[in-house]
Design a protein around this ligand. Structure first.
Ligand SMILES: CC(=O)SCCNC(=O)CCNC(=O)[C@H](O)C(C)(C)COP(=O)(O)OP(=O)(O)OC[C@H]1O[C@@H](n2cnc3c(N)ncnc32)[C@H](O)[C@@H]1OP(=O)(O)O
Ligand SMILES: N[C@@H](CCO)C(=O)O
Length: 364
């Protein structure tokens, strides 16, 4: 389904968790459907997603929707019922203020872009909600880094969220997740073209480093089972690994590296990865149970059964600390973490079931 396309809201100065202020923030967003009392839904994208949840690629929009098929008449989220909003995160590179954006002095932010947290991204989304006149979301939905925002939203703004749907995510970035991010960050920042983060306008960008980061990340996003079933030990067509050629799985990772390099800013990748590492709903709130004691929203948590990066055990831990939550819903998939993007019908059905209850209780 095609919406009205990307729009921007100038949300002004943002006070960050660090105490720093970020002036002149701008948030890119898309909407589907029209506002009515109680019908606003926020969709939060993952690391390299954007505000374009559904619809084709087009001018100014390098990729088709990352949850194509979720929104549309008769689809899981019907814009005749719901006013759906999705924003590009603070720190991103698809229209929202990030390191590649112009600072007030007219030069790119680059290394001067402040460190941000998941909570800062939610602060920016709240400023967008204010700008759009949305007091309360019937639901906030997100996977992976989007799930981090979906769980932070009702903790930061208890009266502004009815239901949080947290997919393939966690209450805190685990040691394992931070560890996987470490070589990704090192690959980008050790690239000679990184130039301390001030490569914008130099004619050189740390694309090789970004590609290595994506290769590492992409393996963690998929399952060992899928890679074995799909590629096995096959050589890439026309190549021989015994004489320096690639295995098919290596070629596949090269492809994903090149694809991301063509559409994503390495500086944003660094800023957003560090924001994910900062994720911890217990910060300043006690332990998990104490943090979730302040939750007024209904919490719906789903995990991909083959996810080795955000394993179901982390979802179970979140749910166990929240007595009112349903059990963990399972997204059955051979694909691993990316299952939350690929298994659209399972995700959509969960969203539709959950929103059905929201709609019912709201008298919608
Ligand atoms: C649909 C989009 O592009 S969404 C764009 C916005 N992106 C996001 O929001 C990030 C989330 N998206 C992603 O992370 C990924 O794009 C996913 C999860 C959607 C990918 O999932 P899948 O559909 O399973 O794609 P998969 O991992 O199988 O990759 C398919 C690609 O690998 C290529 N490929 C497969 N085998 C090989 C091989 N041996 N050598 C080289 N390339 C290969 C295919 O040709 C295909 O290329 P294309 O994507 O350019 O058409
Ligand atoms: N493959 C997804 C998942 C990250 O969690 C992305 O690139 O955004």
């Amino acid at each position: 389904m095609t919406g009205p396309g990307r729009r921007h809201a100038d949300v002004g100065e943002l006070l960050l968790e660090s105490g720093t202020t970020l002036p002149g923030a701008r948030i890119a967003y898309e909407t589907w459907g029209n506002p009515q009392a109680g019908n606003a839904v926020l969709i939060c994208h993952a690391l390299t997603g954007d505000a374009h949840v559904v619809g084709p690629a087009g001018p100014g929009q390098p990729t088709p929707g990352w949850w194509d098929g979720l929104i549309g008449p008769g689809r899981y989220l019907d814009p005749r019922d719901w006013h759906i909003v999705a924003a590009n995160v603070l720190g991103g590179c698809q229209g929202s203020t990030g390191p590649s954006s112009q600072a007030p002095d007219g030069r790119p932010w680059g290394s001067r872009f402040p460190a941000i947290t998941i909570r800062d991204q939610v602060t920016a989304e709240a400023a967008l909600a204010d700008a759009l006149g949305i007091d309360r979301w019937a639901a906030v939905i997100g996977g992976s880094m989007g799930g981090m925002r979906a769980i932070e939203w009702p903790l930061m703004f208890p009266d502004r969220v009815g239901t949080a749907i947290v997919l393939a995510s966690t209450g805190y970035a685990s040691a394992d997740q931070i560890a996987w991010c470490a070589p990704q960050l090192a690959a980008i920042t050790a690239d000679p073209d990184w130039q301390g983060g001030d490569y914008y306008g130099s004619g050189r960008a740390p694309i090789a480093g970004l590609g290595i980061a994506r290769r590492i990340a992409h393996v963690t996003y998929r399952s060992s089972y899928e890679l074995a079933a799909r590629f096995g030990r096959s050589p890439q067509t026309g190549e021989n690994p015994a004489t320096g050629g690639r295995y098919a799985v290596e070629s596949y990772l090269d492809h994903h590296a090149a694809k991301l390099a063509g559409r994503f800013d390495p500086g944003s990748y660094v800023v957003l990865t560090r924001a994910m590492n900062s994720h911890d709903i217990t910060r300043g709130r006690g332990d998990l149970a104490a943090a979730l004691a302040g939750l007024k929203a209904r919490l719906v948590v789903a995990a991909v059964d083959s996810d080795r990066l955000y394993p179901p055990s982390l979802s179970a831990e979140l749910v166990a600390a929240c007595p009112d939550a349903d059990g963990v819903h399972t997204i059955a998939s051979p694909y691993g973490h990316d299952g939350f993007l690929i298994e659209l019908d399972q995700v959509g059905a969960l969203v539709a079931r959950t929103l059905g209850r929201v709609a019912h209780t709201a008298g919608h």
